[in-house]
Design a protein around this ligand. Structure first.
Ligand code: PBG
Length: 326
């Protein structure tokens, strides 16, 4: 027999003992459920590359929100799908009074006033170029884009948004949006900055859902290089100074070190976006019987909390809710 003062296995002997010493726990309070809305009525369109996720028309979306709300999900983030015919260079549709997205936001807010409603601010759902900003001669223009993003944010706040979510990665947009919101009296509307958003291969299924893939090139002149982490801290310094209330790392699973870096360096909540490709990988492997999908899902999400995420945006939120309610 070995003489050991420390036997870490003692704390793992029973389920109750393991629960007692557990360091991180997933609760529904931490989740934001991303949802997709499209035009029409009675629609519930399956997204092929995201099994279990659908695009809803506003009527069916409201039913779905009632359901997830009753399961205990308290926050959602809405993304719109627009037909090609409504897209242009400047994403003008985003500012049209009573456009689908703004109408959806205000209906959701009036039917579910206690749900935290987060928006998406970027040009891509409305852009004929499929980019997050205005394109000129193949370049994405920064300051011109920020002006539009600020107007979008104000329109969304007017529609009832609780959290504005700029997902575009233009420089200076957090400060500009904050000033814009304040000047219109929306001092209580929060901003969750997509602070460290990487030019990632894991967004493919999302672009299927929105039909928003770039028409040319990639997003590398505005989204971050996956090789960099110091640069994420610079982005965070700027967003913090410009007034972000919450800062996001995206994607989450391949960027746990970035989540940790932001958590260690800033005293505001840090969120992680468990993106569409991460969701699709688990679903595909589970459907093939190669992994236990439910266990892999929980392990993946827990890793984000352990890395320091206070909030997780995830397409798994509904499944987690069902599981935690069992
Ligand atoms: C674009 C946007 C993207 C996502 C959220 N907002 C894709 C992109 O940058 O091309 C991806 C979300 C996901 O993959 O789940 N503004």
């Amino acid at each position: 027999m070995q003489i050991l003062n420390r036997r870490p296995r003692r704390n793992r002997q029973t389920a109750a003992m393991r629960a007692l010493v557990e360091e991180n726990t997933l609760t529904l309070n931490d989740f934001i459920f991303p949802m997709f809305v499209q035009e029409g009525s009675g629609a519930k369109i399956a997204i092929k590359s995201m099994p279990g996720i659908f695009r809803f028309s506003l009527d069916t979306l409201l039913h779905e929100i009632a359901e997830i709300h009753s399961l205990g999900i308290r926050s959602i983030c809405l993304f719109p799908n627009y037909p090609e015919a409504k897209k242009d260079k400047y994403g003008s549709e985003s500012l049209v009074k009573d456009t689908l997205y703004l109408k959806a936001l205000s209906e959701i807010k009036s039917k579910f006033p206690d749900i935290v409603l987060m928006t998406d601010v970027a040009l891509d759902p409305y852009s004929s170029d499929g980019h997050d900003g205005v394109v000129e001669n193949g370049k994405i223009l920064n300051d011109e884009t920020v002006e539009i993003l600020t107007k979008m944010s104000i329109a969304q706040a007017k529609a009832g948004a609780d959290i504005i979510g700029p997902s575009d990665m233009m420089d200076g947009r957090i400060g500009a949006i904050r000033r814009g919101l304040d000047s219109e009296g929306f001092t209580d509307v929060s901003i969750m900055a997509y602070t460290a958003k990487y030019a990632s291969a894991f967004y493919g299924p999302f672009r299927d859902a929105l039909e928003s893939a770039p028409k040319f090139g990639d997003k590398k002149t505005y989204q971050m290089n996956p090789a960099n982490v110091k640069e994420a801290i610079l982005e965070a310094q700027l967003d913090f100074e410009e007034g972000a209330d919450i800062m996001m790392v995206k994607p989450a699973f391949s960027y746990l070190d970035v989540i940790k870096a932001l958590k260690d360096n800033f005293n505001i909540p840090i969120s992680a976006y468990n993106v569409s490709g991460e969701y699709a990988m688990i679903k595909a492997a589970a459907q093939n019987g190669w992994i236990d999908g439910e266990k892999a899902m929980m392990e993946m999400l827990l890793s984000m909390k352990r890395a320091g995420a206070d909030i997780i945006l995830s397409y798994f939120a509904k499944e987690v809710a069902v599981l935690l309610n069992e």
